[in-house]
Design a protein around this ligand. Structure first.
Ligand code: SF4
Length: 459
């Protein structure tokens, strides 16, 4: 007699995740929760009972992309739930796509899950209702060897070009013990590189007055330096120190305290500081936080403590009121700052941002011209910095290993400590061992460089 219990087939969820790494973390959380509720994931539109589109609403171009993605999901599947930043603009979404089943905003995990339960009720049964431990079931959209660690939501600033505080609210920091526990689980589960993200990492814990919590018998504050020190104590199951990268850090004075941790090898010598401009006049108009004159001196002293530190930043050109003199100030500043990695953007008005009402908008052709000039300077600096690494031995993390070519050589794509995934350059390797795999740390000799990437062989 056949006594096997027939399991009800799990409902399947499709997911389209748009936008920044922060949105990707949200998608992972939603999927983890749905998986715990007994749902399965569908890799394509056709097999999904419902499709979630996690949208980005930061720039008008991102909104356009979000609307297109919603349209595609409706055409391919028909049953679509929208979430994420653009979910705050439910009317615009419904006007473009009246068929959407539900619209929820950024971080409204409960509402998204509820909408999924309503429109694709979970299959009932004792086997699919079990809630497994998150460490075993986290669905990761990022490759397994690196993970984003989100420490807070929202922002207390009001930069003139940004609507994040309107979309996501004031700063709300996670408890330090919850952050450290998540980091510990991720590393135990195979993460080799943690990417700490938030809107303003240096402000972590300001809203909770840096509330201390017990962590392994020690009192640890919700504060960037305490967190960095504790993350530096983590070890992979193989006993290695995982890379820990700090993103979206503003140059407040307390940032100085994490540089020695980098020099000690406990924290990746990398800081992502979105300076956005250098001219004091433009920074004031932008209402940027930590806008102080001594940043260049700080960079110099950081490099004295930790010479290998890589500084990444992003800049906006063509902000309203930016004159040729302001722009030249920026170019001169960049020559002096010698940043390792730079992203540049042409100013784009975002619906609802204060900057739109500022006078003296810069014509598009001047924005283009300034963008080209800033890229020319920063690429030249980057090329010189990378060239200086030729002949040196550096540690890299492997992202992807290729197939053997006709001579049997295997290539791999890796990154140095100066390269964050998805935004910076790569280190292309040749002649790697057949046993090499994604997530391995390996020492390589740098053989060549261009403006963005390095090329090397295992040392
Ligand atoms: S610091 Fe400024 S740019 Fe960053 S999220 Fe806050 S308001 Fe927006």
């Amino acid at each position: 007699m056949n006594t096997a219990t027939t399991l009800p087939e799990a409902k399947k969820i499709g997911m389209v995740s748009l936008g920044c790494p922060k949105a990707l973390v949200d998608s992972e959380r939603i999927l983890t929760r749905l998986r715990a509720d007994g749902y399965a994931m569908s890799p394509d539109y056709a097999g999904a009972d419902v499709v979630l589109v996690n949208t980005c609403g930061f720039l008008d171009s991102a909104k356009e992309e979000s609307l297109q993605a919603i349209g595609e999901a409706i055409a391919e599947n028909g049953r679509v739930i929208v979430t994420g930043c653009m979910g705050e603009e439910a009317d615009a979404i419904r006007a473009a796509h009246p068929q959407v089943l539900a619209v929820t905003g950024a971080h409204q995990y409960e509402q998204v899950v509820e909408a999924v339960h309503t429109h694709a009720p979970p299959s009932q049964g004792p086997f699919v209702d079990l809630i497994p431990q998150p460490s075993d079931t986290d669905i990761k959209l990022t490759p397994r060897h690196y993970s984003y660690l989100k420490i807070s939501e929202g922002c207390n600033h009001s930069c003139a070009f940004c609507i994040i505080p309107d979309l996501r609210g004031k700063l709300a920091s996670r408890r330090i013990d919850a952050v450290l526990r998540e980091a510990e689980k991720l590393v135990a589960a195979g993460t080799k590189e943690l990417l700490v993200i938030s809107q303003d990492t240096s402000a972590y814990g300001v809203d909770t007055r840096h509330e201390p919590r017990d962590w392994k018998g020690r009192e640890v504050r919700a504060h960037m330096t305490d967190m960095a020190r504790e993350l530096g104590q983590l070890r992979t199951p193989e006993g290695e120190t995982p890379w820990t990268r700090l993103h979206y850090v503003y140059p407040y004075p307390h940032v100085d305290a994490v540089i020695p941790l980098m020099a000690e090898g406990l924290l990746t010598p990398y800081l992502d500081i979105p300076f956005q401009h250098a001219s004091p006049k433009v920074l004031k108009a932008m209402k940027r936080p930590a806008n102080e004159a001594k940043v260049l001196e700080r960079l110099k002293s950081w490099r004295e403590i930790c010479p290998e530190i890589a500084i990444r930043s992003s800049f906006v050109v063509g902000f309203p009121g930016e004159t040729e003199d302001d722009f030249r100030y920026l170019l001169d500043w960049l020559e002096e700052a010698q940043l390792d990695r730079v992203g540049a953007f042409r100013f784009e008005p975002v619906e609802g941002a204060q900057a739109n009402a500022l006078p003296d908008h810069v014509p598009e052709e001047i924005k283009e011209e300034r963008f080209a000039r800033v890229m020319e300077v920063t690429e030249r600096i980057s090329a010189a910095k990378l060239k200086a690494k030729v002949g040196k031995v550096i540690q890299v993390i492997v992202d992807e290993v290729g197939e053997p070519d006709e001579d049997g050589d295997i290539g791999a794509t890796a990154r140095s400590q100066a390269d964050a995934p998805e935004i910076d350059g790569a280190v292309y390797l040749r002649n790697v061992a057949t046993t090499l795999k994604a997530g391995d740390f390996v020492d390589v000799t740098v053989e060549d460089a261009d403006a963005h990437d390095l090329f090397g062989v295992p040392a």
